[in-house]
Design a protein around this ligand. Structure first.
Ligand code: ADP
Length: 469
């Protein structure tokens, strides 16, 4: 029997403007709510699970993102043909594209995310910093806005002190960042960063921040409804990163004290309110060893790592996104939110950790996902699935949880030992090595952790594949 909690509501059919595991995750949430789904897909994804499991599917173009998942015009056309009430953008692709959100608004299709003006405000990282500063949220010291030339950059760097980091105003995915330790390297890196930003984001504006050494990346999950209520669902510690991209996330953070959690949670709510934010969003902070915390950016969409918050709090974030877009009130207050579990997520990427994470696309021979108590796998992979070379290399997420961090760690190691993906290289052996590494086990990883790990760990230890079956 389908339990439809939406019988008297507006959203009855959703177009999923994404692919891979997040498209599947959205299909699952919609199905439980009794909402019909329309998948859109590129020619490279015809065999994808999200296409097979959605109620309907429409091919929208060629394999490259620019010919399909980034084609707002084709997605809106598919939405009209399919007669949907709403579009869920997932993460990446058009999820933080204010123009696309505005187009949906104009076509009377609900965009399952914030209003376009909030995306615009927080999408420009230097405007975002200005906005939250006005709400008394501390930001990393740096330039007040985009820099016009290297001399201006040098003037500011001398004032705040080296090292500094140059970042793209339109940046994302860990790209477009450059660190400089003195005037000479700053003058050089300034122009390299500008060119890179222009190429990657079509916007060459860059700004400057103090480079915080060995911080933790700690972010707060926000939910805000359209009736003025904004709450947070605690934090995720995403300090284990490679090339400024997250690899492992957990909740709660082993670093935060209850007092600091409370204070940062309040700051995160103030930041979201300053952007008049609605729906699910994330406020990202860097936290130094002394517990000083600095806002770096807001992500105006669902995050890859949202499941750790779901398992820690027991709240289904994708369902909440849909309910909020439907105009409903949040069914809980801040005081109702409790953190009863510890959850750890390992990103399973089709990459070779021994070769600087070079992509490893291809056909998966055998695929066997772990299960059992406290184990969740969000993945679109299966035996015989061919990973297309056109997209992100993430093919799944392993989320393990339990009543304590120790249990979540032991469970992660156990589940990783069961996980079999034959035919391609993956990050599974690396995750196993990290789950049994004393620094990580003691909860001491900062964003400098991976570099240190690789410097002291022989590669056999993070390339050894599981040999069972
Ligand atoms: P993106 O939007 O590309 O993900 P972020 O601003 O979120 O970029 O930063 C990604 C990561 O880069 C952070 O988690 C952190 O590891 C590093 N980083 C960013 N800004 C700084 C900074 N000012 N000091 C030190 N590390 C930084």
């Amino acid at each position: 029997m389908v339990v439809n909690s939406f019988q008297n509501t507006v959203i009855q059919k959703v177009l999923i403007a994404n692919r891979g595991e997040i498209a599947l995750r959205i299909v699952r949430a919609c199905r439980e709510l009794g909402i019909k789904t329309l998948a859109v897909y590129s020619e490279a994804d015809a065999q994808s699970l999200h296409v097979q499991l959605a109620d309907e599917a429409i091919c929208i173009g060629g394999p490259k993102g620019a010919d399909s998942y980034l084609r707002a015009d084709r997605i809106i056309a598919a939405a009209e043909i399919g007669n949907v009430d709403a579009i869920h953008p997932g993460y990446g692709f058009l999820s933080e594209n204010a123009k696309f959100a505005a187009q949906c608004e104009a076509c009377n299709i609900k965009f399952i995310g914030p209003k376009s003006k909030s995306i615009e405000m927080m999408g420009d990282k230097s405007v975002a910093k200005d906005t939250v500063r006005k709400a008394k949220v501390i930001t990393v010291p740096g330039s007040d806005g985009p820099l016009s030339n290297e001399n201006e950059a040098i003037k500011i760097a001398r004032r705040i002190g080296y090292p500094v980091i140059i970042k793209a105003v339109a940046g994302g995915g860990g790209r477009g960042m450059r660190i400089a330790h003195n005037d000479v390297s700053l003058a050089k890196e300034f122009n390299v960063a500008k060119n890179e930003a222009e190429k990657a984001f079509g916007n060459g504006s860059v700004y400057l921040e103090k480079y915080i050494e060995k911080p933790r990346h700690i972010e707060f999950q926000i939910l805000a409804d359209s009736h003025g209520k904004t709450i947070h669902l605690g934090e995720r510690d995403c300090s284990v990163q490679r090339r400024h991209q997250k690899l492992i996330e957990e909740s709660p953070s082993p670093f935060l004290t209850p007092a600091l959690r409370k204070e940062m949670g309040k700051a995160a709510i103030r930041a979201a309110e300053a952007a008049q934010y609605q729906n699910a969003g994330t406020i990202e902070f860097l936290v130094d060893a002394k517990g000083n915390y600095y806002f770096i950016e807001m992500n105006t969409r669902i995050q890859v790592e949202h499941p750790v918050t779901e398992e820690c709090t027991g709240i289904d974030l994708i369902k909440q996104q849909i309910l909020i877009a439907n105009g409903e009130k949040l069914p809980f207050d801040q005081s109702d939110i409790t953190f009863t579990k510890h959850a750890i997520e390992c990103r399973i990427n089709a990459e070779d950790p021994a070769k600087n994470f070079a992509p490893s696309p291809g056909t998966i021979g055998l695929y066997y996902a772990p299960g059992g108590h406290g184990v969740r796998v969000d993945s679109h992979a299966y035996s015989g699935y061919t990973i297309p070379p056109y997209y992100d290399s993430m093919i799944g997420k392993l989320i393990c949880f339990g009543s304590t961090r120790k249990i979540a760690l032991e469970r992660s190691y156990r589940a990783l030992s069961e996980y079999l993906i034959r035919g391609i290289k993956t990050t599974i052996p690396l995750h196993k090595a990290i789950m049994s590494d004393p620094t990580f086990m003691e909860g001491k990883a900062t964003t400098a952790y991976m570099e240190d790990f690789f410097a002291r760990t022989p590669s056999e230890l993070f390339t050894q594949e599981n040999t069972r079956l």
